[in-house]
Design a protein around this ligand. Structure first.
Ligand code: KIV
Ligand code: ZN
Length: 402
């Protein structure tokens, strides 16, 4: 089986659906250009029927991005599909992404449709979409809470009408990795064998904090496309984080021997660009792109990292494009880190000097959470300059003979 995983980025669609994450058309185009540079395979640019803005954004992204596939979301109705196809008309590689719920709870309370009607809606929707665009993806919304025989029946109907990518969303973030992996394997065994050309896709939400684990389980079970977002933004607790899936495959290539087209040094700059656009940053301890992801404060860790970063780092900040200032000085820091920072500031310290400054540093660090370079320079200056109310002795030029 091939080992190339297609990265389907839905930051501009599912990500943007998160409260406070909406973007203007210009912002979406700017981020889409960066995503293309990053190397994603598919950019889901929006849900055109949802609003004029979404429609305009899909059109603008489709015009701007000529390498990546640009996808537009739609339900199975003619109005949705025609609108999405129209928005994609200038795309070099357009994809219509049709979704329809398959769980009983959605059929009863949201769609108010019978199972037979849902099969019929899937067939008609995919048929129309294929008449307009070559590449069609079908998503069975709430797949993980759907009865598996019915799920496969709907997917089979979508494939028969020409869908070549079938997506199995964990819409409510309910699945556990073992369960989700088993579901993907079941779909692959039942449908993939009969239709070897189709791609199975994973789409995981993070309500239980398992979106990335579930996406990796899906890849191991045969999914060859993962849907994810930068910084993991998305509905409720978010979607699977793109940077975490990609780096898991890079760092644990021994257990996850899969490749993506992502240029990993662009992960951090892309995360930063998104934060700047939506106006809020990721939590400091966020894996891969958080401010503290490569920061070490504890003295023992700092000593280890200074001797060899591999002691406490499983990947380098450079590999994801993060700034290389690993050492955070605080009350847990040791003499090694302090000496190194003074040397970097141009003030190498003799052992006795270091010892004296270290004591003051710890007293200061007890009061202040973080110690900055200015604080270190102030400590050094306070030590070398005379106390304020003691008269300073006039300096005597050395040639005076005094
Ligand atoms: O979570 C979900 O089910 C979705 C679909 C529209 C793919 O976002
Ligand atoms: Zn979703």
């Amino acid at each position: 089986m091939n080992t190339r995983i297609a990265i389907f980025d839905t930051t501009l669609r599912d990500g943007e659906q998160a409260p406070g994450c909406s973007m203007t058309v210009e912002e979406k185009v700017r981020l889409a250009a960066q995503l293309e540079e990053l190397g994603v395979d598919v950019i889901e640019a929006g849900f055109p029927i949802a609003s004029e803005g979404d429609c305009a954004a899909v059109r603008a992204v489709a015009e701007r991005c000529q390498r990546a596939t640009v996808a537009a979301l739609c339900r199975t109705t003619e109005q949705d599909i025609v609108c999405a196809a129209e928005a994609l008309s200038r795309a070099a590689r357009p994809r219509l992404h049709i979704f329809l719920a398959t769980s009983d709870i959605h059929l009863e309370y949201k769609l108010r449709k019978s199972r037979a009607e849902v099969v019929n809606m899937a067939q008609r929707g995919v048929r129309l979409a294929r008449a307009l665009v070559e590449e069609v993806e079908f998503s069975a919304e709430d797949a993980t809470r759907s009865e598996v025989d019915f799920l496969c029946e709907v997917l089979e109907a979508a494939i028969a009408e020409g869908a070549s990518i079938i997506n199995i969303p964990d819409t409510v973030g309910y699945a556990l990795p073992t369960e989700y992996g088993r579901l993907i394997r079941t779909v692959r065994e039942r449908l993939g064998r009969r239709h070897p050309h189709i791609t199975i896709s994973a789409h995981c939400h993070n309500d239980l904090g398992l979106a990335v684990a579930n996406s990796l389980a899906a890849i191991e079970a045969g999914a060859r496309q993962v849907e994810c977002t930068v910084n993991g933004i998305g509905e409720r607790a978010g979607n699977a984080a793109l940077e975490e899936i990609v780096m898991a495959c890079v760092v644990r290539a021994d257990r996850l021997p899969f490749e993506t087209g992502i240029r990993t040094p662009l992960l951090y700059p892309t995360s930063q660009m998104l934060s700047e656009i939506i106006g809020f940053s990721v939590q400091p301890n966020k894996a891969i792109v958080g401010r503290n992801a490569f920061a070490h404060e504890a003295g023992i860790h700092q000593h280890g990292v200074l001797s060899n970063p591999l002691c406490y780092e499983i990947m380098t900040p450079e590999s994801v494009g993060a700034p290389v200032d690993r050492i955070v000085l605080g009350k847990h820091s040791g003499r090694h880190a302090l000496a190194q920072r003074y040397a970097e500031l141009g003030h190498p310290l003799a052992p006795a000097e270091l010892e004296a400054i270290y004591k003051k540093f710890i007293r200061l660090a007890d009061r202040k959470k973080k110690i900055y370079d200015q604080d270190l320079l102030a400590l050094l200056h306070a030590r070398t300059s005379a106390p304020r109310n003691e008269p300073t002795r006039p300096t005597v030029p050395h040639w005076s003979g005094a």
